[in-house]
Design a protein around this ligand. Structure first.
Ligand code: ZN
Length: 371
């Protein structure tokens, strides 16, 4: 395996040199194809969220795509353009009534306020696109081992309402579509956004309630850096893990299968230790056939809505650890982006682009895809 990988790498280097020649060899396009990623990136311009001046940069998805292409982390051929989710897809995770209200623009004032983004039919269309992208990424991950949706991650959407900038829960929709298509049966959700994945937790464990929020659990090998609390709840076909800042939105944190409540100011080293610990524990308890990775950019120290202290390098290490765990356990993984509200939007974009780089480094390059 390693030998094959090295051969591919050296082959890629020599092909790069060849491609500088003005005389294109007859198999030039085969060689170009060999520079493609070993996986696909899922994106379309319609991910743009038309929400005006907002702490959530509605244009971030396009900026990430432009940076990924500009830095040659990927080539245009690596991108896959998804179809929007169908209403039937959305109803897999959401109530008939909620989907109808979104389609008809019939949310109550209270429901609109809870969303914290201005409602419009265009916004509904955009969220359906993100959900379609997560479905496509899940399918591609099951085919290729890994796929990244350069969008999605709307983990605060519940079955019957949206909140915290999240209209519909693309993560749950994608997972339930894979269940329906019998492409997966046991999925692990690893949510590394700074905010707890409350919507996902409740969709997959409707009984989740504070009183049920499990017994305290302390890691046998790792002492909490300060006061971290870890909680467990029974898992069904979906094992949900959330690593988040305890002292942050949402105030009510329904039980995930495994919640790691991190204290304010958690640093790279502390975070990575807890992530490693959570992954080890989760894989001991649950044997997934697919992982949904919620790669939020908001654990970053400079985030306006986060209170952890991770650096950009630490966040990339996080991504590498997650992709590395999926690879070593031989479990297909798809990622979605979720939040990111850095003071400088370029930082959020760079953190999201680094997720592509981390996947590229862990999963190396594809064997020649075309002939
Ligand atoms: Zn967040």
């Amino acid at each position: 395996m390693e030998e094959e990988y090295r051969r591919q790498k050296s082959g890629v280097r020599s092909r790069r040199a060849d491609s500088n020649s003005s005389l294109l060899p007859s198999n030039f396009w085969v060689r170009v194809a060999s520079l493609m990623l070993s996986f696909n990136l899922v994106y379309r311009d319609e991910y743009y969220l038309p929400i005006g001046q907002h702490v959530f940069a509605g244009q971030k998805f396009r900026l990430v795509q432009q940076l990924v292409l500009g830095k040659h982390l990927a080539e245009p051929e690596d991108f896959v353009c998804p179809l929007p989710a169908s209403d039937d897809d959305v109803r897999l995770a959401h109530t008939e009534d909620y989907v109808r209200k979104l389609r008809e623009g019939a949310l109550s004032a209270k429901e609109e306020l809870l969303l914290e983004v201005p409602f419009s039919p265009e916004l509904v269309t955009a969220f359906w696109m993100h959900a379609g992208g997560s479905i496509r990424a899940a399918e591609l991950a099951l085919r290729d081992g890994v796929a990244l949706n350069l969008g999605g991650g709307f983990h605060h959407a519940f079955a019957d309402h949206g909140e915290g900038f999240c209209m519909i829960n693309d993560i749950a929709i994608a997972i339930l579509r894979m269940f329906q298509d019998r492409k997966a049966s046991r999925v692990m959700v690893l949510d590394c956004d700074v905010h707890q994945g409350n919507g996902t937790a409740v969709i997959f464990n409707p009984q989740a309630a504070p009183a049920q929020a499990a017994t305290s659990w302390s890691a046998p090998l790792l002492q909490p850096p300060r006061s971290v609390s870890v909680k467990e709840a029974p898992a069904g076909d979906v094992f949900t893990i959330s690593l988040h800042q305890e002292n942050n939105y949402p105030a009510w944190k329904p039980a995930s299968s495994l919640d790691v409540n991190l204290p304010d100011g958690t640093t790279d080293a502390e975070y990575l230790s807890w992530l490693d610990n959570a992954l080890t524990s989760a894989f001991r308890q649950f044997d997934p056939d697919l992982i949904a990775y919620v790669a939020g950019a908001d654990p970053y120290a400079q985030d306006q809505l986060g209170g952890l202290a991770l650096t950009m390098g630490g966040l990339k290490q996080r991504d590498e650890m997650v992709f590395g765990a999926a690879k070593s356990h031989r479990v297909p993984i798809f990622s979605v982006y979720a939040g990111g509200y850095a003071r400088h939007v370029e930082d959020t974009i760079a953190i999201h682009a680094n997720t592509v780089l981390a996947a590229k480094e862990i999963f190396a390059q594809r064997k020649v895809r075309t002939g």
